[in-house]
Ligand binder design. Structure first.
Ligand code: ADP
Length: 290
């Protein structure tokens, strides 16, 4: 572990952490809320730790995820505070994201929607699109390919800033590229994955742009899954036949245009995250025009 730890992340003293409630369960561990007290500073943290029956491989995976997250410093990427590798269980301390997963938040807006609170919603949705695009522009500048961009992997801060918060798919790749499908338990996020990535395993920032188009769709449909109830073979056939999903109700012309551009079957013709961010710098009024 020492080799992995060098420069990438800092070791935190277990005694400085007080764990409280459980937030969720992950692939091989638990995520709890905690309070980290260090040098008179107190931080709310999310503590990701291994289950008691975790294997050595699970430990390595947790630390690999920390090694990935530790490279990034950006307001739209969940920050890694550090890790605890001395004693058991091994832990990873992350910036606490009190409002949870974007997808769940979108669905909660949908269920509460009424005429009285609908007016400012499109502006909030635009903010989500801008936040995610700027996090992704940062990652792509670092030549980092995410491979699993989806609303379920975006978390919300208290002021509803979106931050990319799950790097499990990229982590599984550190192990053995040829083993990708197996090592992630055969789970590919098919409905978010670009055709060249599905067909030839060609993952690039341009395939992340395709997934970003799916996130735009999730945002504007308030948490509807892309290709919702269609079976995998049908989705593969649709994607390969250059079919585009219809605009979600309430999605403006310019936002839908952006989605369709992200879903260009030819990956070299998709916009780059930098130019998506530029496009989204236009005023709310202009982007929300019909
Ligand atoms: P895994 O990638 O192993 O499936 P996740 O990273 O998805 O685990 O974490 C499981 C759950 O814990 C998430 O669904 C989310 O609700 C919660 N969670 C994860 N990270 C944070 C965080 N930084 N702040 C708040 N909640 C978090």
């Amino acid at each position: 572990y020492e080799q992995l730890a060098s420069n990438k992340y800092r070791e935190i003293n277990r005694k400085e952490i007080a764990i409280s409630s459980t937030l969720g369960e992950g692939q091989f561990g638990y995520v709890s809320k905690g309070l980290w007290t260090h040098a008179n500073e107190r931080h709310d943290v999310a503590v990701k730790m291994l289950k008691p029956d975790a294997t050595d491989q699970d430990r390595v995976k947790l630390l690999q995820e920390a090694a990935i997250m530790g490279q990034f410093t950006h307001k739209n990427i969940v920050k890694l505070h550090g890790v605890v590798t001395v004693g058991e269980p091994v832990m990873m301390l992350l910036e606490f994201m009190p409002r949870g997963e974007l997808r769940a938040y979108l669905r909660s807006i949908k269920s509460k929607l009424s005429a009285s609170n609908i007016t400012n919603m499109p502006k909030l949705l635009l903010r989500f699109c801008r936040d995610i695009s700027s996090g992704m522009a940062y990652l792509s500048q670092k030549s980092f390919v995410h491979r699993d961009l989806a609303a379920r992997n975006v978390l919300l801060a208290s002021d509803l800033t979106c931050k990319i918060g799950d790097f499990g798919m990229a982590r599984d790749l550190m192990e053995d590229e040829s083993n990708y499908y197996k090592s992630s338990g055969g789970i590919i996020p098919l409905k978010w994955t670009a055709p060249e990535a599905l067909n030839f395993k060609k993952y690039t920032s341009a395939s992340d742009v395709w997934s970003y188009g799916m996130v735009l769709y999730e945002i504007w449909s308030l948490g509807h899954k892309p290709f919702n109830d269609l079976s995998n073979p049908i989705v593969i056939a649709l994607v390969n036949s250059k079919h585009c999903q219809a605009p979600p109700p309430g999605c403006s012309r310019r936002v839908y245009q952006l989605m369709v551009n992200c879903w260009n079957p030819e990956h070299t013709l998709r916009p780059k995250f930098e130019s998506i961010s530029e496009y989204l710098k236009d005023s709310d009024e202009s982007l929300l025009q019909w």
